[in-house]
Write a protein that binds this ligand. Structure first.
Ligand code: KE4
Length: 436
């Protein structure tokens, strides 16, 4: 029996035991291991629309959506049929196909700052390649990232903030060398002054600043207007490239992502998740002057056996085409606001210190009474309470992200009835989680 849950899931327990005998930690990505909330992960049998079904026959309303991709819901018929149709013609050729240009055209139409785009197979590849391009274009070595932002597991991005004085990065994983980390400066998110100071000190050595334009990896933290202004002005003034990591926000916050919603104009953008509709597709792209430096057009090397994979392209084309037709963002905003207001009312009524951050269909309920504007304030949250709330919601059939420091994702199928179902579950779960 899972010590943190009131529901017995014997098949998941056995599946996890077997998985741990074969796969490190029993999972193929640490985010799924439930380490931050205790207990053991559920093994999923199938999904449909907004629902997940585990191998013990339990049904859950899905608020992770594969960590973002499933904005249309699971098993969308148009995506399914597109992939099956593509599969009938073969799964991979290692040669160009017209589908790649079709999806590239949809991306470029959606995101005006992207005049050229290169497909890869994961968000990590996209951000790693964007940084290599920025270093290749500028001839500079240093990059700036922000504490609490996650850009995948490329070595130069697995870096924590070093001593505050120097902001020089230190590895935050074994295997990342000091030599690699030393070129990564880590600053507080939303801190324009720190950014200005870093450029004053190192401006001529900085190749790029990479940022989640709306942060989802410390929980949901929106950017201040002043921070966004500083990002664009300081990079432009010092000749560094501004990289928007929209792997999570691309096509999620608007068809053109956070940069459309906020009216921003980055030099390079990284995309992923929704771009592949659940299949492995990611991309980086930007101004033609920069992208034309990518091999074979230019000297900056980047490659991938399954980049532009026909099945993944088909899923992406179907997803973006349906998003353009459906235009789900007004409803995602309306239902997101309904959920935010409902959760806030519950926490006030129950006397629970909480902060809810939301942008469109991305949100986080932080168990802290203070505003959450960066990683330090996010970490003031009561993560033990979050763990109890997570399992109390799971036992009521609501599947939330398994960490206080992740964003939740509504799909276009999370309608008013499902939001109300969520709020009903939350009322009981909050009361249970806060009982002494
Ligand atoms: P992938 O390499 O996991 O496809 O993408 C890395 C990445 C890059 N940029 C942003 C803004 C991201 O959110 C991610 C990956 N997000 C995590 C969830 N916080 C994926 C879940 C996981 O690691 O299993």
């Amino acid at each position: 029996m899972n010590p943190v849950s009131k529901v017995d899931r014997p098949k998941s327990t056995e599946a996890f035991r077997r998985a741990k005998s074969l796969i490190p930690g029993g999972v193929n990505s640490p985010a799924r291991a439930f380490g931050a909330v205790g207990g053991e992960p559920l093994f999923i049998q199938r999904a449909e629309g907004p629902w997940l079904f585990d191998i013990d026959g339990q049904k859950y309303l899905d608020y992770i959506g594969s960590w973002g991709p499933m904005i249309l819901g699971h098993c969308h018929p148009l995506v399914q049929s597109a992939v099956v149709d593509a599969l009938s013609r073969g799964s991979s050729f290692g040669a160009p196909t017209e589908a790649e240009s079709h999806l590239a055209g949809l991306v470029i139409d959606a995101i005006p700052s992207m005049e050229r785009v290169r497909f890869v197979s994961s968000g990590t590849e996209a951000t790693m390649s964007a940084l290599r391009l920025a270093r290749g274009v500028t001839g500079r070595d240093k990059i700036i990232k922000f504490a609490g932002c996650y850009h995948g597991h490329a070595d130069s991005l697995l870096v924590a903030a070093g001593s505050a004085a120097t902001t020089l990065g230190v590895p935050n994983s074994p295997g990342v060398t000091k030599g690699c980390a030393q070129d990564t400066l880590v600053l507080p998110y939303n801190d324009s002054q720190a950014l200005e100071d870093a450029f004053k000190a190192e401006g001529s050595a900085i190749a790029a600043v990479i940022v989640e334009p709306v942060a989802g990896n410390m929980g949901l933290v929106p950017p201040s207007a002043d921070f966004r202004r500083a990002l664009r002005e300081l990079t432009r003034h010092h000749g560094a490239l501004l990289i928007y990591d929209e792997v999570m926000t691309g096509f999620r916050l608007a068809l053109g992502g956070a940069q459309e919603l906020l009216g921003d104009d980055p030099d390079i953008t990284a995309l992923g998740k929704i771009l592949g509709g659940g299949l492995p597709v990611a991309a980086y792209g930007g101004k033609r002057e920069f992208m034309e430096k990518v091999m074979p057009a230019g000297p900056v090397y980047q490659a991938g056996t399954l980049s532009g994979n026909p099945l993944a392209m088909a899923a992406g084309i179907a997803t973006l085409t349906e998003l353009r037709r459906l235009n789900p963002w007004p409803a995602l905003e309306e239902q997101g606001a309904r959920l935010e207001d409902g959760l806030r009312d519950l926490c006030v009524r129950l006397g629970i210190p909480a902060t809810i951050n939301r942008v469109g269909s991305m949100w986080t309920l932080f168990f802290t009474g203070q505003p959450v504007t960066d990683y330090a304030s996010a970490k003031s949250s009561d993560t033990a309470l979050f763990g109890r709330f997570f399992w109390a919601m799971m036992d009521r059939g609501i599947y939330l992200p398994c960490s206080q420091f992740e964003a939740a994702f509504n799909s276009a199928l999370h309608d008013a009835a499902l939001i109300d179902l969520t709020l009903k579950a939350a009322e009981g779960a909050l009361a249970e989680a806060t009982r002494g």
